[in-house]
Design a protein around this ligand. Sequence first.
Ligand SMILES: *Cc1c(COP(=O)(O)O)cnc(C)c1O
Length: 409
Amino acid sequence: MDFNTTLLHHNFESERSTGSTLTPIYQVSAFSQESAEKLEAVFNNRAPGFAYTRIGNPTTDSFERRIASLEKGIGAIACSSGMAAVTMSLLNILQSGDEVIASTALFGGTIDLFHDLEAFGIKTRYVTEVTAESVRSQLSDKTKAVFTELIGNPKLNVVDIQSVADVAHEAGVPLIVDSTTATPYLVHPFDFGADIVVHSSSKYINGNGSAISGIIVDSGKFKWDYTKYKGLEEYKRFSKFAYLAKLRNGVWRNIGCCLAPATAFLNSLGLETLGLRMERLCDNALQLAEFLQGFEGIKVNYPALKGNPYYDLVQKQFNGKGGAIISIDAGSKEKAFKLINNLKYATIATNIGDLRTLVIHPDSTIFTHSTKLQKENAGVFEGSIRISVGIEDIADLKEDFEQAIKQIS
Ligand SMILES: *Cc1c(COP(=O)(O)O)cnc(C)c1O
């Protein structure tokens, strides 16, 4: 099956009992069983079935199975937000005293989360570029995970997954990647050695900007050392499913960050057009980036542009696709604001991955609480504008940006 066929058919069938062609929204809190014995079996993972929506729901289950197969993983767990997915993917294996190695160019919310985790004794060691060498230099016997985005948001730096995975594995540590901006259309991170993938499915997977959600997928390939990851020992009997079993029976269920069934439905619907949308979005982004390069006073950052430092890696790892986010620098805050305000079609909003083109001035919004150094390390400057390119007709986008830029120069 190729990509679009997978999206429609893999791990998906119409509902047997009714013939319903989509998995309906099971808008309930609880599921009854025919006997106390059956409910006991379901509760204790000895029989398939559902008990309570915080722990499992057929609509959510269908979404999880589709994402798991799309990412070539052994299973997936959906969460109430991308941040919940990032948090749960880590808390499932971390304890006080542990360290994480992460990129300084992460999504702002994730950097804030790492700060919050310090109160629980979990420390993050940052590297400005996630490479084999930088990760190796930060490894210690306390390191329990390496965490990175594949295309940093908004720095748009690209990580060479295989080389970083190799270093992590030598140290007996899993590589957890946030693949939100790359999407499964650009890359299957497990093919390059990543162990856990997380997504903010609020973005390209949902695709319509209609709901917040996240998801965690496990490759099932990482060899957990149960003396090092003590919390997993209890789940040893699940062998390659130990990580997912612990998550579903432990911190994910107990913190209660389950995905609402209605959102799972919207995500499954959006997922079916992920390939079509990404094809168009990447195409639009490349054309717009090339076009914007032609204007004096505008610096353009897009990984699939010839001359970009990540160009070769994009060819090798992402099949030449650069994703749908462009970052430009207009030179100053004043110019950036004016440019943004002059755009006719771009929506001024903090989201990415919508059908519509979205723009934001990161310095004054999503990075407003960051230090100057943190901003620089994340590729955020006074004149930076992040563009989440939409599916509008490229001629309209070009014309719109052209008239807006002309008004500031
Ligand atoms: C949006 C985003 C998140 C957080 O996801 P939410 O669904 O907003 O909680 C995490 N990582 C990346 C790369 C994102 O773009």
